[in-house]
Write a protein that binds this ligand. Structure first.
Ligand SMILES: *[C@@H]1O[C@H](CO)[C@@H](O)[C@H](O)[C@H]1NC(C)=O
Ligand SMILES: *[C@@H]1O[C@H](CO)[C@@H](O)[C@H](O)[C@H]1NC(C)=O
Length: 430
């Protein structure tokens, strides 16, 4: 165990400064609710008016965000995905919301959100049609951007179904400029690199993507099952050196929605998703039914300390420092920092995932072997300094916080397909 970890911690936690999309938005990952995974393209309101893509669905979720405490911990966006439009544009070429399902139009929904301290997001596709066959963006970039401005939209997700992959760089870059020229700051969520990575052999231009988008999708649509959660986490871990290079305030990798509260994920598995999405600085968009979610899942989504890790102002993504078939260990530098003549030393969030479904596993590890003294440039001992960490468990409140020095042996038991998520707050002492 120890020697294995030693080999793997060469991964850099250094700060790399790269400029990103300069619209002043998403200095920390955006949070909210998004319709797609849970409600998809269900347009059959005559069969079940609570389950279809309609004005009611979005106002219902907005009401829950406000009444059940989600908005107040940061989930302040309500995002519409595909299937909100009429099948055809209006005579003046503008997009129209489906008049039956959105009887008052999108501006009404936008006002509804804004008057409740929420923001609204919308969906379009860089193509002739959207993924589900509604009118697409190509040929109407300026018209659609202006329509979104007229509706006071706060975020635009741009998908890329049915579009030749070699045209995506220019298409997504141009639309970033179009959005900018409207003068209304709108979060720009890009599915751009996903299509390059998974439908062709094109290597994404990561610098350009981070320069033009606030968030960008890198992996397949996620579904409510453990296999998908693990596959998504593995994809991020396997490619972390590429992905992390461009992450920072205003620009984040998007591993897709939080599925906590849906059938298909246990409480432990839900904690894994929440914990790792916090560690990797992922956008936190829930796609679930807030009207019927169980309290045990709600507690996970409303966990302020875990959200605090996700929203850490340094916006430095975590790294996977250990990985095998059984176990993952992830580490993210977070505030507070201890300032000292030797430099600034960060605290850490630390996650252990048990990937197996058969049984709990127990491990013992020293914090310094995991890299918790990684950014300490000089030997503290020589200066007569000791660094200690105040370690608390962010999910399990029965865990008594411990004060550990970096060379202490730390014993951790991790439930099957579960996580232990700790925060280790640095304390430098003379
Ligand atoms: C993974 O690593 C842990 C810790 O060293 C070890 O206990 C476990 O047996 C390893 N699993 C496999 C499949 O090698
Ligand atoms: C447009 O881009 C400029 C230059 O990057 C930036 O200063 C400005 O805030 C942007 N405006 C909007 C609305 O995104």
């Amino acid at each position: 165990m120890c020697s294995l970890i030693h080999i793997l911690i060469v991964i850099s936690l250094e700060v790399v400064v790269i400029s990103g999309l300069d619209n002043g938005l998403c200095l920390t990952p955006p949070m909210g609710w998004l319709s797609w995974e849970r409600f998809g393209c269900n347009i059959k309101c005559h069969l079940n008016r609570d389950e279809c893509i309609s004005e009611k669905l979005f106002t219902d979720m907005a009401d829950r965000l406000v009444s059940d405490g989600y908005r107040d911990v940061g989930y302040d966006r309500v995002n519409i995905d595909d299937c909100w439009m009429s099948r055809n544009r209006a005579e003046d070429k503008k997009l129209l919301a489906d008049p039956k399902r959105f009887p008052n139009g999108i501006k009404y929904l936008s006002d509804y959100m804004h008057s409740r301290g929420l923001k609204i997001g919308i969906y379009q596709n860089y193509g002739l049609r959207t993924c589900m066959g509604y009118p697409g963006l190509i040929g109407f970039q300026k018209v659609d951007a202006q329509t979104f401005v007229d509706w006071e939209v706060d975020m635009v997700k741009l998908d890329a179904c049915f579009t030749p992959v070699h045209t995506l760089d220019k298409g997504f870059e141009d639309f970033s400029e179009v959005l900018n020229k409207t003068g209304r700051p709108m979060v720009y969520s890009c599915s751009w690199p996903y299509y390059q990575l998974h439908t062709s052999q094109v290597i994404p231009n990561w610098n350009l993507i981070a320069d033009k988008c606030n968030i960008w999708r890198t992996y397949h649509d996620i579904h409510s099952n453990w296999k998908d959660i693990l596959a998504t986490i593995d994809f991020v871990g396997d490619n972390q050196e590429i992905f992390n290079r461009n992450v920072g305030p205003g620009r984040f990798n998007d591993p897709d929605m939080l599925l906590i509260g849906n059938k298909g994920l246990t409480v432990d598995q839900s904690r894994v998703q929440m914990g790792i999405w916090a560690i990797i600085a992922a956008p936190l968009f829930m796609s679930n039914d807030l009207r019927s979610i169980g309290q045990e899942f709600k507690d996970i989504l409303l966990n302020k300390e875990v959200i605090g890790v996700n929203q850490d102002r340094m916006a430095r993504p975590g790294v996977r420092v250990f990985h095998n078939e059984t176990l993952d260990i992830w580490l993210r530098p977070v505030l507070p920092e201890a300032k000292h003549s030797t430099g600034s030393h960060t605290s850490y969030a630390l996650a252990f995932i048990n990937r197996l479904s058969e049984r709990a596993i127990s491990i013992a590890v020293k914090l310094d072997e995991l890299g918790l003294k990684h950014n300490i440039a000089v030997k503290l001992d020589e200066l007569g300094l000791k660094h200690k960490y105040f370690v608390s468990d962010l999910f399990d409140k029965t865990f008594s916080p411990q004060v550990l020095t970096a060379d202490h042996m730390f014993h951790v038991t991790i439930p099957s397909t579960g996580i232990r998520l700790f925060k280790a707050v640095i304390d430098l002492e003379n």
